[in-house]
Each structure stands twice: as C-alpha cells, then as structure tokens.
Design a binder for this molecule. Structure first.
Ligand SMILES: [Zn+2]
Length: 837
C-alpha cells in the first residue's frame, strides 16, 4: 500500500528522555556509578550520518568510564538503507532504525539526536548529499543540537574526503566542522538565540580515525586512547558493552562479537585547541566550572565514602542536603543537569517506585482512558505522597508512604477530541526530497515524540519536595513475554485503509475493478449516516447515505467500483478515500490509516499515513500465468505480479521438486533470497533443471556482504559475481547494450521512456564479472563515473529456458507504480514457451 505523509497540526513539546520501556530501576552498583558521575561536568558529542555509523565502543567508554554526558547525533534516521528483517522501506525503516539507536543508547548510556535530513539512499559525493539535504537547513539543525547539548568536544566518525566511502558520511563531517564554528557565531542562525539557547564554543573537534580492513586511516603518530578497560560495576568491559549496543542494529545485520582487553581509539584534530594527553585537555570538568566554593565535590566524595551497598537509603539525608546546595546556585546548564541527576539518585536510594499505566493499548480521541497510578516506598525513608496530576485530573493524597505499603488509585480520563494523534513529529508535515519539515524548533534534534500523557507525582522525601514526571504507559502481560510496558498511542475513532495498493488496467481494454475502503473502529461507533469520499473530491465517486455502526475493534469493508474508461490518455491515477460521518454530536472525517511495526528488540512503532491506490493504465503484455515466488528478505513484488495477472504461489524448501516446479511459467526470487535461505544453495541442481526444461528463473539482487551464505557462482547456470556496483541516480541515462535482446523487445517494446519516473535509484548490487554465455542488456552509470556499469540486467538462454539476474530496484519501482518498470518487468518474467494454457 502507498504510504504518504499527512498534515496534522503539531503542538510544541519539551526535551525529554526516551519513553519506550518499563520504569527505570537502579541497583546499588548503578547508584554508585551515578554518584561518581555527579562529579563530572563534561560532555562529548559524536557525529556521523546513519544509525550504525557510530562507534559504540568509544561511546560506551566516554559515557560509562569517563562519565561524560555523551551524545550521538545521527544526521539521518537511515531511511534509505536495506532492511534485513522485514519489508519496511523508507520512512518506516527510518522509524525502526531510530528505535534501534535508542535501544543501543540504553546499553551504552549515551543520548540520541537527529537532524531533519532524510536518508535518500547511497550517495557518491559530499556535494550531492549536502545539496539534496539542503545544506543550510541541516547545518542549522546541527548548530541547534550543539547549542542545546553544549559539548566540550565534538568527534566525527568520518573524514571529509572519499575515504568516508559515502557522500552522507563525508557530508556529516563537513556539517560537524561547519557547525563547530557556526554554533559559536551569534550571526549564524540568530533566530535560535531567541529560543532559549545561547552561542556555544566547543573546545575542539576530532576525527575518530578507523581501520575498516580495506580502508585504514589510522597511523601510529595519531593521538590515541585505550578504551578496552573493564568496569567492575557493570561486570563488563567496553568492548563487551559496545558489542551489545551495536548488535541492536538488527535491521542491518550488525550482530558483532565482544572484544576483551586493550584496544585503542585514534584521533586527528580537525579544529580547535591541540591536545597532548586527554580529549578534555583544558576543559574544566569539575564543580569549579559552576561554583568557586569547593564543598559540593567534597560532599559528593563524603557520600561515596559512606555509601552502603546493602542500604543505599543511608545516603538520602546527605543527598537531600546536596540537592539544596545545588538548587541555590545560579541557573546554569550544569546546575540543572546535576540537579536532575541528584533527584533521580534520591528516588533510587529510597527504592521509590512510581508508575502511571493503562490497560488500554490506545487512547482514543473523544473516548475515555483508564489510568492506574501506583506509588511505593521500599526503604525506611520518610516519604509522603502529596498529589498526582494528569491533564485536568488533580488528586491530593497527602499520605505517608509506609515501607512496602503501596498506594494505588485509578481515574477515567476523558481524551479530548483535539488531543494530538501519536504521529512521529517529523512525519506530520509533507516532506522535501531530502529532508523532513518540522516547524517547531523545540522538536528538532529529538529522537522521538515525548509521551502523549505525563503524570506528575509530587513527593516529599526527608523533608524535600520533589516532582517526578512519569509517562502513562500501556501495561499488559503477555503469556510468553511476561509483563510489558509499551508506549501509549493516541488514535482517532476510525482508521481508513484502502486496498489493493496498485490497480493495473490494460490500455484500451475497458474494465471495471472493485477496490475496498475499510473503516476500523478504535471505539464504539454509534449508528450514523456516512459518506465515503473517493479520489479526493471527484464527487461522482462519492458513496452517500451509508449506514455506519461499528463495535470497537471491528472493521467494515465497502466495495467501490472503478473503471478505466476515463483514462484513455493517462497512465496514472491516485485514489485517496476518506469516511465522513456524524457521530456523538460531532462531525468526524477520518482519512488516515494506522501502521504498526512489531519487532522484539524494539518497542512497537505506530504511525499514520494516507492510504492510497495507484491506478495504472498501461500498454502492457505478459507471457505466462503461474509464478512461483521464493520470498527473500521481504518485498512487495507478489502484489505487483497479481496485478499483472499472475497467480502467485509462495514456495519453500520442500517445494523444490521437479513436479512442483514444472507447473510454473516463471520462478522469481525475492530480494536477497540467497542471503537469507542457506537451502537455496542445495536447491541449485533442481532449479537449473527447471530452467533447462523451459522455465524462466529471475533472481533479484543479493548482497555480496558478510551477511548470509551467498555463493554467486551457484546462482545461475554460468558463473557470475556480484559486487557493490550500483547506480544511485534514478534519472541516470540508460543505454541499450543489446537492443535485440528479448528483454527489451518482447512482449513489450521497451524505449527510453520506460526509464522515466523511477524512484530513489536505478539499482544496487549489480553483477560484476560474468561468463560469456550471459548477455548484459543495459548500461548505466552515475555522473562523474568513467564507464557504464553493465551488470544491472544479465540474461542467459539455458536449455529450453532462460535465467536472469537483475540488480534493478524493482522492489522499489513496482510498489511505487512506475509504469516503465512494470513493462520491463513483464518482459523479464515473460516465458517464451508459454502457450496461453
Ligand atoms: Zn553510514
């Protein structure tokens, strides 16, 4: 289905920590580490281009060993990458990778930031990356993050030249260096300075050099630090922590082994003051940075000296006193950070547990929401619960929290019709080609939305009044996974889906097909008159006077006919639908669909999109009826095959038998099938026999990387190899190397026009070297490259059949409804032996 961005009015939200897990609890070792951290007033910001670029070992060491406030600014959310675990692409993949970064940060202890830049796919030059992103806009975002985070030291992963290996990588280094200077310059981005930040001059900026095997930028004369040490409070070294953190990038297949023992990180200074022995040389990272009075650090040392692992609550009275001492200091960045840290420590030492949860998965606009509150003191400390506030609910308790005696309460809240839907903030407005649009400066840089509902608990601990904010989480128990805390999503009463994603008609062959408009209710919808508006305002397609009445959770489908008789001259139409009804005294117009992404290593992700149907009216012929499909890592090619009139059968390991395969006119391998199915290597002989006997076998791209078990020589009837060859410019010229090839002439005559309107890229993982039996059909290249790449589409006749390998990105083009890609694909899968059975 087509996913487009919707326009929703946004509210401004404040900076907050990640909200995607159970309430944090700290054991005695965590508390001691946090006490030590109170003495450190220094910060480091690491900058690179994508989720998975960051050096998790260095981040873990900076955050957990040096105890610096540590951040990773990923310029993009990784929207344009590959997805090894599912079929999500584009913004949906960016949402997954955002959560993978947050999961990694929960392990290494660093914080996460982003700019508005969109990962538009592989880029061969810095200039292209900066141009597509909109250099001034994204530079402003980096400056904004620096002015907020106030790093003493900035570290880039990449250099600014081609050793970075990717235009986004070198671009991230250019932006970091420029922002290092611009953040300190009051004439740059002055509007930011009116919004609560001041200019910030970091002491220096480094490039963290690397040795990626074939690309070694380390030299012995560079400044180096050993980050391989062991942390007894964690029971782990930083090489172990780094591996855990990095292995969260599951969509990228980046599981890595732990390293133990000495390991050096190397640095090249790229701006600011030089160093001899320490990253932080010349930076005051002690309390003298904030106050000339020396007793705060002494007080912390005294608390640590007297700290009891078996009874952390014995530290409460001195921590309360420390809190008061810090509170009276003049307002400053570090004073506020440390005040929040001490508050968190007071709660942890008291074994105080505060929770706001709901048994409902959704908060529905205009409906009620049950919220359960729970507070418990698990120490001998004197604690009093004063009140709990949530939205317009305000309840005074003024009750002592006796040791181990929890206080529970619940309230039914009314969720306003105007409560903002849980749409990730960067998807609320329509986007540019290379960047998201976010108007609220306060949101820029944040990894995700703040929670939709925050309960505020006012608690008095040892005479000190503190206010704790707790997000309302959806809490439930799964029989297999146990107790789960998940983000609570705010949704409208009705979600609207349409299907299929693509409707394909043959030009000059009048036909009518039905499409489906579905309404799914998130609350009980009382009987009401409804109208379905189709095609965005073409009123002849409206369906009026429908009865709508739905129970919560139910879905109702409406069939709508569509005929291509009006489409004589056009190839393309888009249908968007909305359902309007009068319910509960209010007019409702619902037009958004709700998508949910579920993977075990990250919290469930929800976002809204305008569902749509792309209608194609094409001059297209096919030859074949039955397609066997072997799913790879996930793609939407089978839907497209059905629209082309094929019956699609999904095949697994046990179906690779002569009599089963013989039924199919074409066998198609989903993207990266050979990377994910080891058994395909063993199926080689059967597959080749199928081709020899007159079948057509089409293999879409596979990677040559460390992932999977690819043996390129064992895919086709003759040898070929695959490399990283790709053409990223979707508008690059295409040469017909073999105009006589059947793939270009039968059953559809392909012309240059068929390569117009492609999206994101031409293709990836092209064939590199191939046996003379193969024909290379097309030639293409990106700007600035000397020679055409010829490995995007290889074909060989074998026995009575045909084998094809293609790196062309059909998995992107077909779901996007690119007409020429359909015509070319129809040729690739056409079987010359098909007699129209
Ligand atoms: Zn990268």
């Amino acid at each position: 289905m087509m996913k487009r961005f919707c326009l929703i009015i946004a509210l401004s939200l404040a900076f907050a920590v990640t909200n995607a897990q159970a309430p944090a609890v700290y054991n005695s070792a965590d508390i001691l580490a946090r006490l030590e951290k109170l003495k450190v007033l220094g910060s480091v910001l690491y900058v690179a281009a994508h989720p998975d670029d960051e050096n998790t070992r260095l981040l873990a060491w900076l955050s957990r060993d040096r105890q610096y406030r540590t951040g990773y600014l990923s310029i993009t959310r990784g929207d344009g990458g590959q997805n090894l675990i599912g079929e999500e692409q584009g913004i949906a993949l960016g949402l997954i990778r955002t959560q993978e970064l947050l999961a990694a940060r929960r392990i290494d202890g660093a914080e996460q930031f982003f700019t508005r830049a969109y990962d538009f796919g592989f880029s061969k030059s810095t200039e292209e990356a900066l141009k597509v992103w909109d250099r001034e806009k994204i530079l402003g975002d980096v400056v904004w993050v620096i002015r907020n985070f106030k790093p003493d030291v900035i570290i880039t992963r990449f250099p600014e030249d081609s050793r970075a290996g990717h235009g986004h990588h070198s671009g991230s280094a250019v932006l970091a260096r420029e922002a290092f200077a611009a953040a300190a310059d009051p004439s740059r981005y002055p509007e930011q300075l009116k919004n609560g930040v001041s200019v910030w001059k970091a002491k220096r900026i480094f490039w963290n050099t690397f040795n990626f095997g074939n690309n070694n930028t380390i030299s012995p004369d560079q400044f180096k630090i050993d980050v391989g040490n062991y942390n007894a409070l964690l029971g782990k070294g930083y090489g172990e922590l780094a591996a855990e953190s990095r292995s969260q990038h599951k969509s990228q297949g980046f599981g890595v082994p732990s390293q133990r023992g000495t390991s050096f990180e190397y640095f090249v200074l790229t701006g600011g003051e030089p160093v001899k022995d320490s990253l932080m040389e010349g930076v005051d990272i002690r309390w003298s940075r904030v106050t000339s009075e020396g007793d705060i650090e002494k007080k912390i040392n005294d608390i640590i000296a007297a700290y009891s692992f078996s009874d952390p609550s014995s530290a409460l009275k001195p921590l309360v006193s420390l809190y008061k001492d810090i509170k009276v200091l003049p307002d400053s960045y570090w004073r506020n950070k440390k005040l929040a840290e001490v508050q968190e420590l007071i709660s942890a030492c008291a074994g105080l547990y505060l929770e706001a949860s709901t048994p409902q998965a959704y908060a529905v606009q205009g409906d009620s929401l049950r919220v359960n509150f729970f507070a418990i003191n698990r120490s001998n400390a004197a604690i009093r619960l004063q009140y709990v506030k949530l939205e317009n609910f305000d309840s005074t308790f003024n009750q002592v929290l006796l040791k181990h005696r929890g206080i529970s309460a619940f309230r039914q809240l009314y969720v306003s019709q105007a409560k903002e839907m849980s749409q990730p903030y960067w998807l609320r407005k329509s986007m540019e080609k290379g960047s998201f649009n976010v108007d609220e400066l306060d949101l820029i840089g944040k990894p995700e939305n703040d929670p939709s509902f925050n309960a505020s608990f006012k608690v008095e601990i040892e005479g000190l009044e503190l206010e704790f904010e707790k997000p309302v989480m959806y809490k439930h128990t799964d029989p297999v996974k146990g107790e789960l805390f998940q983000p609570l999503a705010v949704v409208p009463p009705l979600a609207v889906n349409t299907s299929p994603g693509i409707m394909l008609f043959r030009k000059n062959q009048p036909a009518t097909k039905n499409y489906t408009v579905s309404g799914t209710a998130y609350t009980n919808i009382k009987p009401a008159k409804a109208t379905i508006h189709n095609r965005n305002g073409k009123s002849e397609d409206d369906i009026k006077d429908l009865e709508i009445a739905l129970n919560k959770g139910a879905t109702k489908n409406f069939q709508v006919p569509y005929t291509n008789k009006d489409m004589k001259q056009t190839d393309l139409d888009v249908i968007n639908s909305r359902i309007e009804y009068k319910n509960q005294q209010l007019d409702q117009a619902n037009y958004l669909a709700l998508a949910t992404i579920n993977y075990d290593h990250i919290p469930p992700i929800k976002y809204f999109y305008q569902d749509g149907i792309t209608v194609l009216n094409l001059d297209i012929k096919t030859s074949g009826k039955r397609a066997g499909y072997i799913k790879g890592a996930g793609d939407k090619i089978p839907e497209a095959l059905e629209q082309l009139g094929y019956e699609v059968t999904f095949l697994g390991e046990n179906d690779i038998k002569e009599d089963v395969l013989a039924k199919f006119d074409v066998l198609i391998m989903g993207v990266r099938a050979y990377n994910v199915h080891e058994w395909l290597v063993g199926a080689y002989d059967q597959l080749m026999n199928y081709v020899k006997n007159g079948g057509v076998m089409v293999v879409q791209y596979n990677t040559n990387s460390f992932v999977g078990t690819l043996r390129a020589g064992k895919i086709g009837p003759y040898d070929f190899t695959i490399n990283n060859g790709r053409v990223t410019d979707e508008e690059s010229g295409v040469k017909f190397e073999k105009p006589s090839s059947a793939l270009l002439s039968w059953p559809n005559k392909i012309s240059g026009k068929d390569f117009e309107g492609w999206v994101q890229e031409r293709g990836i993982y092209f064939a590199d070297k191939w046996a003379p039996e193969y024909q290379a059909v097309l030639g293409m290249k990106d700007a600035g490259e000397p020679d055409d790449r010829r490995g995007s589409l290889l074909t060989a006749e074998y026995g009575k059949g045909r084998f094809i390998y293609t790196g062309l990105a059909f998995f992107r083009q077909l779901p996007s409804g690119v007409p020429g890609a359909y015509r070319l694909f129809a040729n690739i899968i056409a079987n010359p032996n098909y007699k129209g059975k």
